[in-house]
Design a protein around this ligand. Structure first.
Ligand SMILES: *[C@@H]1O[C@H](CO)[C@@H](O)[C@H](O)[C@H]1NC(C)=O
Length: 336
């Protein structure tokens, strides 16, 4: 089921055709949409981003959670984004899996974190019961939980496009090793992916938000253990570039990382330090592009206004490691 380079080309053509057809086919599926308006009167959104976390508090997950609570209080956050791999090793076994409590409810207990957690699935989540993790039954247990395969979060000044990236990766289909993935709802893979790309493309095309940010589990550009995800570079990146997406936010590599693509100017932000980290696991990368690579645990904050998106990465002690301000007005980025 791997996509050969020829198939990828065919895929692009089919995809472009599907996009063109979408102008004349009114019955298009649309991605589910949620609204989370900025607090008045300051008109800014304050967010924490964490990924790759659910390990029953072990591997420093609880320490990261405590620091998220403190920073979350200081920033008076509006919500949390989870970049996936929410429950290790193999997702949730069912809606009554106790891991939902021991890895989520009972870990992120700080008052400031009692906000909606907008979450996507990671590859480890696909090794469990996917429908269970997406089930509204979990919202009954903890009203913060909001996890869908792909959706849009409209924050007025910013729109977040959450994309289900696991089905893009050939390896999980071709060479799954001892792992079993729950592909119910994903097969046939080609139609799932082309529909998803059409939906993301049309949502981006329609977006009037000042900032456009895409969230997915997998890396696109990364100097970490997994490195780049070629399938996403080939099929998703052209769409991100076409609509001038400001940032792509992901997990998967268990590190904190900031890469600015020198051709497109897109910021690639990896926040995958929610628990286990891979110390010392880093590949060479151009220093012109790589602004931060931190191989320990931690998380990221974003403070977004009409004119600026301020990003800070924190370590397991809550110490800021790297700050960056992306400006809409000056069309350039600068240290803050
Ligand atoms: C927890 O974090 C500290 C500080 O980064 C690190 O030295 C330690 O190895 C971490 N523990 C685990 C189990 O990852």
């Amino acid at each position: 089921m791997a996509l050969s380079s020829k198939e990828r080309l065919v895929f692009r053509v089919v995809f472009v055709a599907a996009v063109l057809c979408s102008f004349i086919t009114p019955s298009m599926a649309e991605l589910p949409r949620f609204k989370h308006a900025p607090k008045k009167p300051q008109q800014s959104l304050h967010i924490l981003v964490v990924g790759d976390w659910g390990r029953q508090g072990t591997n420093n997950q609880s320490f990261v959670a405590d620091q998220m609570g403190i920073v979350g209080e200081k920033l008076d956050i509006d919500f949390v984004i989870s970049t996936g791999d929410n429950f290790y090793e193999d997702g949730l076994k069912g809606v009554d899996d106790p891991a939902f409590y021991s890895s989520f409810v009972d870990i992120y207990t700080a008052h400031s974190l009692q906000k909606t957690w907008y979450s996507v699935l990671g590859n480890h989540d696909y090794r469990g019961d996917v429908e269970a993790q997406l089930s509204p039954a979990l919202k009954q247990k903890d009203s913060r939980w909001l996890c869908l395969r792909s959706f849009i979060l409209d924050g007025e000044i910013v729109e977040f496009f959450f994309v289900d990236t696991t089905p893009f990766v050939d390896e999980y289909f071709v060479d799954p090793g001892e792992h079993t993935y729950d592909w119910e709802g994903v097969l046939p893979r080609m139609s799932y992916l082309s529909q998803l790309l059409v939906d993301v493309d049309s949502a981006l095309a329609k977006s009037k938000a000042k900032w456009k940010m895409v969230v997915g589990h997998h890396t696109i550009n990364s100097a970490g253990h997994h490195g780049n995800t070629e399938e996403l570079k080939q099929i998703l990146v052209p769409i991100l570039e076409a609509y001038n997406v400001d940032a792509y936010i992901n997990g998967h590599d268990h590190c904190l990382e900031h890469i600015i693509d020198k051709n497109s100017g897109i910021h690639f932000l990896t926040s995958g330090g929610g628990s286990k980290a891979w110390s010392g696991d880093v590949k060479p990368w151009s220093s012109e592009e790589l602004q931060l690579y931190y191989d320990g645990q931690g998380f990221m904050s974003m403070q977004i206004t009409e004119s600026n998106a301020d990003i800070i990465f924190y370590d397991v002690y809550g110490k800021p490691l790297h700050s960056w301000s992306i400006s809409k007005d000056r069309k350039e980025s600068a240290w803050i």
